[in-house]
Design a binder for this molecule. Sequence first.
Ligand code: NCD
Ligand code: ZN
Ligand code: ZN
Length: 385
Amino acid sequence: MAATSLSETFCSEGCSQGRRLLAPAFQATYESGSKAGLGLTERLKITKPDDWHLHLRDGAMLEAVLPHTAKHFARAIIMPNLVRPVVTATDAAAYRERIMAALPEGADFTPLMTLYLTESTQPDDIAAAFDDGVATAVKLYPAGATTNSASGVRDIAKVYAVLERMAEIGMPLCVHGEVTDSAVDIFDREAVFIERVLHPLRTRIPELRIVMEHVTTKDGIDYVRQSQKNLAATLTVHHLMINRNALFRGGIRPHYFCLPIAKREVHRLALREAAVSGDARFFLGTDSAPHPDHDKETACGCAGCFTAANALSCLAYVFEEEGALDRLEGFVSHFGPDWYGLPRNEEAITLVKRDKPVGYVPKIEAGGERVTVFDPEVPLCWEVV
Ligand code: NCD
Ligand code: ZN
Ligand code: ZN
């Protein structure tokens, strides 16, 4: 198998997009060639990735979705928006136990827990959970912004004391950045959140380290880029692949409904540019958010796309399309731990590009319910081996 330049290699079926040459600083191992019988054409070995924004749920759903993440990711930031939110250190420790118990035999996966910020959260409790290593971060949900956010924050002033304490101890705040004001157009809620909530908060407490979760707009990207310090953003798989048209193509498509809602193409392009830019403030948080199909395919469907099962295949597709496979490793494996001050993973994974699209199960089963896997509507040729 000979090393070769990426520009010379094309997938023979489906994935025919051309690519630019790899940058000289390419760290990951890349090989191309063919191996009789296996249909291998290209191979990419990278540090094992982490997922910096993940919903695992609980019970049967947890058992069904966790193996998909644990297969490809070493760690994940676990969102606390269970039906009964993960508010205290005791809640987080118990949830972590349930996650560990649901792991498939032999799996090597570390859940990094978050605490759900409420208006009655006490600074001392948060600090103790961080000190004890029970919680890695705190999650801010504006009340009513998204799934299970009813006990979130209505008035940011009520949590200033907690946020000030977090700034002192270096505990990060993960933010669902949308205003809930129904007078604000749903497509503008992220941009308005930056203006009304995030910027004033960062001005008031500049030492607070903040991750804007699942950024979906050019406004969000620009705001992170302009910041001097203490601000990063996660990007999801689906927001790099779809724009808002996907929601309405030929009829309403509930499996593309998530929050923040997918925006116009100009925004998707800005997200892609940030993802492949090598700017270490942008890293992967899949926001894989499973819901049973019957809760999505209904008159008032839940928000969330389940992407854990094909996230890396999708991302390899995106980065290849952008001529940036050399930047994939930074985005999925390096920048997240660097920002959180954690060591990078020592293990590696290998992605192989097949000469035919690889299949993935379109639906998984969870406690007798079906959950639809995100369909990127493009042929995926990369798979993790
Ligand atoms: C998430 C969920 O279902 O928990 N849904 C979503 O659309 N992203 C909540 C969230 O991350 O906002
Ligand atoms: Zn969210
Ligand atoms: Zn989420």
